[in-house]
Structures are given as structure tokens and as C-alpha cells.
Design a protein around this ligand. Structure first.
Ligand code: ADP
Length: 264
């Protein structure tokens, strides 16, 4: 706990005294620290590809100037690094937008079943390239109040993770159901589930997955083009929909990401 302490001399009529004020600033202090950590992380994440880009530009201007093979190789690496910066900036913008929206309840009606089907169709090429089988288990249509673009983003982030971390031979199942156990909740609820047969993870990672830039395996995340922000974005969108995110995973057992959404 952190206190701000201030001491003031006071006089009350004849009496004079000292007033000592203790103010608990723990939360302010923590928020400030989180902001500083975030800025440091963003700077680091941007600087890494930028340093690589600057290095290759120097080499292309100098030693590799007349070496066509080296030039092609370097340009390919530069494209990858520029793509990394591009994705990072895109995710930072998404994050700040969903954070700003978080207090506003969505007002539009969305057909969640249709939205899942069309997102999955768009994801099919990535799944095929990765050797992953996509399975859908959905009702024909399911209409609820929500933000269609944001729910699509939730689904895209969860499916992309499931595909890229599971790899060849795995199955990714997307399920939408309204299980009985949600019925006693205020109104009703629906569960959107993305399940994979990938490597899973140690339970100790689960509570931290939605932290910005938290990665179970940094090397693997970077190699797969991850920014470390995908699940932080998911968490904010789920909060805005007054929903909950539940993650179940164990090494060798695959992972299941469940988004539980209230339906009025
Ligand atoms: P990233 O851009 O690194 O994928 P995310 O916020 O989307 O960032 O995910 C955070 C981390 O959680 C990932 O780096 C990865 O280690 C882990 N992760 C997410 N989804 C899965 C999954 N389906 N299977 C295994 N690990 C996962």
C-alpha cells in the first residue's frame, strides 16, 4: 500500500496543532505504473522491427548495393518486419477504440450464427494453409443485441490463435449454444466457444493471457506474427457486451476459449 502523507499546521481558536493526512494512493500508483509499463512495451515492440529495417536499409545502400540475390532476401525480411509494425499499430488502434467504447452498450441486432459462418468462411484459407480442419456447430440463426464488427473481431482473434498455435493435424471447433445452466441468469445467455486440439498450456498462464503483451512463448508468438494484444482486445469487447471470458486449457489437452454473452 502506498500513502501520500501531508502535514499541515492548523489553529482552532486558542489551540494550535498539526494535521496529518494519509491518503491511500495505491490504485493511482498502480495505474501510473501500468501506463508506464505499457508505453515501455509498445516502444520496445516498435523498436525491434524498426532497428531491423534501418539495418537492412544501410546494408542495401552500401555493401549489398550490387548483389541482386542479397537484395531480394533483404527486401523479403524488410517486408516481414514492416508487416509486424503494421499489425502492431492496427492492434493498438483497435485496443484504444474498444477501450473508449467500453461504457457504451451496443444497440444493434446481430445474427451471431450468420456472423460466425461468414467469419469461418474467411478463415478457411488460413486453416487450409496451416493443415487445420475447421468444424462448425451452430444453430441456423441466433439474433442478439451486439456490435457486429466487434463480435467478428472476437471470433477472428480466437480462431486465428486456435489455428496458428495448434498447427497441422489439429481440429478447431466453433460452437454456439444456449445451455440450460445459463437460463436462470438474468434473461438468457449464449456461449460462443472456440475449441482446439492444439498444445494447450500450463494453467498458471491462463489468468494472465488477457494482459497486454503477455505471451506464453514469445518466440512462437512472434514467429506466427502475433502482437500480444489479441486477447486483450477480446477481453475489452466481451466486457462491453457485459459478457465473460472463460479459458480452459492443459498441456497436451488443447484449449477452449468460451465467451458467455447475456441475451435480453
Ligand atoms: P498473440 O498475438 O501473441 O497471439 P494473444 O493476446 O492473442 O497474442 O495471445 C496471448 C498468448 O496466449 C499467445 O502468445 C499464446 O502464447 C497464447 N495462446 C492464445 N491462444 C492460444 C491457443 N489457442 N493455444 C495455445 N496458446 C494460445
Amino acid at each position: 500500500t502506498t500513502f501520500d502523507v501531508s502535514v499541515r499546521a492548523v489553529s482552532l481558536g486558542q489551540d494550535a496543532g498539526v494535521l496529518v493526512v494519509f491518503q491511500d494512493v495505491t490504485q493511482l500508483e498502480q495505474a501510473g505504473q501500468m501506463r508506464r509499463d505499457f508505453v515501455a512495451n509498445v516502444s520496445h515492440e516498435l523498436r525491434t522491427p524498426l532497428t531491423a529495417l534501418m539495418g537492412f536499409i544501410e546494408t542495401l545502400k552500401g555493401p549489398a548495393r550490387d548483389d541482386a540475390a542479397a537484395r531480394d532476401r533483404f527486401l523479403t525480411i524488410m517486408e516481414t518486419e514492416a508487416g509486424r509494425m503494421n499489425r502492431l499499430v492496427r492492434d493498438l488502434l483497435s485496443l484504444s477504440r474498444v477501450e473508449a467504447d467500453e461504457r457504451m452498450r451496443p444497440t444493434m441486432q446481430v445474427d451471431l450464427g450468420g456472423l460466425i459462418r461468414s467469419t469461418a468462411t474467411g478463415m478457411e484459407p488460413l486453416a487450409q494453409d496451416s493443415g487445420v480442419v475447421l468444424n462448425l456447430d451452430l444453430p441456423d440463426a441466433f439474433v442478439m443485441r451486439g456490435d457486429a464488427d466487434q463480435l467478428r473481431q472476437v471470433l477472428t482473434n480466437l480462431m486465428e490463435n486456435a489455428i496458428k498455435y495448434s498447427g497441422a493435424g489439429a481440429t478447431v471447433t466453433v460452437r454456439l449454444s444456449a445451455p440450460d445452466y445459463l437460463a436462470p441468469l438474468r434473461g438468457n445467455g449464449v456461449v460462443l466457444e472456440v475449441q482446439d486440439t492444439g498444445p494447450g498450456m500450463e494453467p498458471r498462464h491462463i489468468p494472465r493471457l488477457t494482459e497486454r503483451f503477455y505471451r506464453v512463448d514469445s518466440h512462437r508468438s512472434r514467429e506466427k506474427g502475433g502482437t500480444g494484444l489479441g486477447l486483450a482486445i477480446v477481453k475489452h469487447i466481451v466486457n462491453r457486451h457485459r459478457g465473460r471470458l472463460r479459458i480452459e486449457s492443459a498441456p497436451g489437452q488443447g484449449s477452449t476459449f468460451k465467451v458467455i454473452l447475456p441475451v435480453e
